[in-house]
Design a protein. Structure first.
Length: 239
């Protein structure tokens, strides 16, 4: 299953921020294949080392590359369905580093099926949150990764109303952990999703289901239904 998922990715279309051959996204595909089929501890370690030193992450520089977004679902498949515990553990460790490391300057955003110019860490975190059950079943390290992904929150506005004091009150869906306010956020407004604005969230009320009510300072453009909010600090993460 993972091999088919690897082959389905157009790795050559993913940018290589450093232009070095060792950071070619095709090497990420090769490393993922080696990790998937590894049968010995040495093979698993070699595959994980390849991914940690090439176009997935650069371990010694604490850097994550754009190919990590495409590789994350494949590594999550290995966490859930890997043939051996050491493969699962290696995949989990790589995912943890990818979420923690900073992207290279100018390559800290990716286009996704649900929006353009999404901060790379938030896009990776959304993949991770989608495997909640599998990660909770993986023990303390799976829970830690999930808890980290919860911090890269995403708010999707369903309704918004301008108030007399110039603020906007909005009903939204919260993915991730509730947070303290006030806080800055990126507003992505369709259909011009590449026009990212920084706004201030003054208040948040959220329930366990993810339903939320937020108060925004008046935005430069209307926060229309379907607009999304990401942490402003995530959009600024880069080397």
């Amino acid at each position: 299953m993972s091999l088919d998922a690897i082959d389905a990715v157009n790795w050559s279309a993913i940018p290589n921020p450093t232009w070095h051959r060792c950071d070619d996204p095709e090497r990420v595909a090769h490393g993922l294949r080696l990790l998937t089929v590894s049968t010995t501890a040495n093979e698993t370690g070699d595959a994980a080392s390849l991914l940690a030193g090439s176009g997935f992450i650069c371990d010694h520089a604490a850097m994550v590359f754009p190919a990590a977004y495409a590789a994350t679902p494949i590594l999550l498949d290995l966490v859930e369905h890997g043939q051996r515990p050491r493969i699962k553990d290696a995949a989990l460790g790589l995912l943890s580093n990818a979420l923690d490391y900073f992207p290279t300057a100018g390559h800290n955003r990716v286009d996704t099926p649900y929006g353009a110019d999404v901060p790379l860490c938030c896009a990776i975190a959304r993949h991770i949150r989608g495997r909640r059950s599998a990660l909770l079943a993986h023990g303390i390290h799976g829970k830690q990764l999930l808890a980290e992904a919860e911090l890269h929150r995403r708010l999707t506005i369903e309704e918004a109303e301008l108030q007399a004091d110039g603020t906007l009150t909005a009903i939204a869906v919260l993915e991730g952990a509730p947070f303290q306010t006030p806080v800055e956020a990126e507003l992505h407004t369709p259909p011009f999703e590449r026009s990212v604005q920084t706004v201030r969230i003054n208040a948040l009320t959220a329930d366990a289901s993810g339903g939320a009510c937020i108060e925004l300072e008046q935005t430069p453009s209307e926060a229309a239904p379907g607009s999304t909010l990401y942490p402003a600090e995530c959009g600024r993460r880069e080397h």
